[in-house]
Design a protein around this ligand. Structure first.
Ligand code: SF4
Length: 450
């Protein structure tokens, strides 16, 4: 293969495969009638891939770089891409769409297009991906991207690049490029991602994000300021979604972050753990900074489900104080989107009603429920695999967070599936959506008094 020299200017296609489709047809039909659920799913699916935009920023100007997303992949996608004479296609995909991504990669390679694959799934399953890509990247792609591109230019690339070996501490130990937001069609997006931290020190058993790509790190406030400026140059009053796993781990740094964001005309959303409630000064700063909502993994209505979930039982120790902590955060004008997971080993058939009652008791402004899912690279997957509990029929495309992929401990697969559907109907019933809307409005009023 002679990918680079066949064209005067090499062309790079950065391809994000977003927009996961739930496999459970009944849940899918139900979901379409549940406005709160559909709204959040759309938000997640419509975010551009920050990882690929960051790679674009590391690509030399001598390359022509195009960013594209496939929500639904066209039948003849590979042929079309090859006809556009892309030299290299770099694909990033979620686990639930990785089989589609592999098919596309196989077709592209058959048409003599060089394929690079990376991202969360590929970083956890590099050997699997190596069967479909010319180059596999494990970990933080931008650390090795310059080397990959130089290798391609000199037709001397390796099949495997491991960025996870690069030493780093809690700070990014290397200069961060500002993502190429300018490659996006600005009218297509109503939320723009910006990453301020990576990873999470809590290491929950089911969490793939906490360490697969990188250990916990935070960016410098100066770098975040540069990225904010790049966003504002394109969207004058953006809604920014921090693409972080757990933003406020370092409270002193978080206060500086809140001050930085307060100096810009943005509204924003992020993910945090419940310790946010313990820092009133940070909460006051967040209220002034345009922070609209924080998503918090509350995980379960049952405290027993949370024992052993993270390495220090940190979450379990705070379970009894959830109501008070949610109240403190929302009293400061920051609405809480509480996330719950169903299917823990201690969950029996009563967990669904318990969850509904618990959610009602917490007075949350928004709620998200998902099924426990053993993503590749997680301790949970290793455990369920060793216990022989992964369902053979549940391939990667079932790893949507809304499909059952393993044998539950205290109920049947069908009981978990139908109990989850029923819970979904209760959580997203019109009456509860209206009630949460009123709580959200109250949060806005509370913020005005901060
Ligand atoms: S707190 Fe959240 S981000 Fe951190 S390890 Fe647990 S699930 Fe992952």
């Amino acid at each position: 293969m002679n990918p680079v020299n066949s064209r005067p200017q090499p062309r790079l296609l950065l391809l994000a495969m977003s927009g996961v489709r739930v496999c459970d047809e009944e849940l899918l039909r139900l979901g379409l009638t549940l406005p709160g659920f559909v709204e959040r799913s759309r938000v997640i699916a419509s975010l551009p891939s920050l990882g690929l935009l960051t790679l674009a920023a590391r690509t030399p100007g001598s390359w022509e770089t195009v960013y594209r997303e496939y929500d639904e992949m066209p039948e003849d996608a590979a042929r079309r891409i090859a006809e556009e004479e892309f030299t290299v296609v770099a694909i990033s995909s979620l686990t639930a769409r990785i089989e589609e991504a592999y098919r596309l990669a196989d077709d592209l390679r058959a048409l003599r297009v060089l394929v690079i694959m990376g991202g969360l799934h590929v970083s956890a399953m590099p050997e699997e991906a190596a069967g479909h890509a010319d180059i596999v990247v494990k970990g933080e792609g931008e650390m090795v991207w310059g080397e990959i591109i130089a290798g391609i230019e000199h037709q001397d690339w390796r099949a495997f690049y491991d960025a996870s070996k690069v030493a780093g501490d809690a700070h990014f130990g290397f200069p961060q490029p500002t993502p190429r937001y300018d490659l996006l069609d600005i009218n297509r997006y109503n939320r723009i991602p910006l990453q301020t931290t990576r990873g999470c020190p809590l290491h929950c058993e089911f969490c793939a994000a906490s360490r697969t790509i990188s250990p916990w790190r935070r960016k410098s406030i100066a770098q975040i300021g540069r990225e904010m400026d790049a966003i504002l140059a394109l969207w004058p009053r953006p809604f920014v979604e921090l693409a972080d796993d757990n933003t406020f781990v370092d409270k002193k740094w978080s206060r500086e972050l809140a001050c930085l964001l307060a100096a810009h005309p943005v509204r924003w959303f992020t993910e945090s753990d419940i310790s946010l409630a313990d820092d009133r000064e940070l909460l006051r700063l967040l209220a002034k900074s345009g922070c609209a909502q924080v998503l918090i993994g509350l995980e379960s209505a049952a405290q027993e489900a949370m024992r052993g979930l993270d390495t220090r039982d940190w979450k379990s120790a705070r379970h009894a104080s959830y109501r008070e902590r949610v109240r403190v955060i929302q009293d400061h004008g920051i609405s809480v989107n509480g996330c719950f997971v169903l299917g823990f080993d201690t969950d029996g058939p009563d967990i669904f009603q318990r969850t509904l009652d618990f959610i009602d008791m917490l007075d949350l402004a928004e709620v998200q429920i998902t099924l426990l899912t053993a993503f590749p690279g997680t301790s949970l997957r290793r455990r369920l695999e060793s216990e022989g509990r992964l369902l053979p029929e549940a391939g990667w495309r079932h790893h949507t967070l809304f499909d059952v992929t393993f044998q539950p401990s205290r109920m049947t697969v069908d009981a978990l599936r139908s109990g989850f559907r029923e819970l979904m109907s209760g959580v997203y019933s019109a009456e509860r959506v209206i009630r949460r809307g009123a709580i959200f409005k109250q949060c806005l009023k509370n913020r005005a008094h901060e």
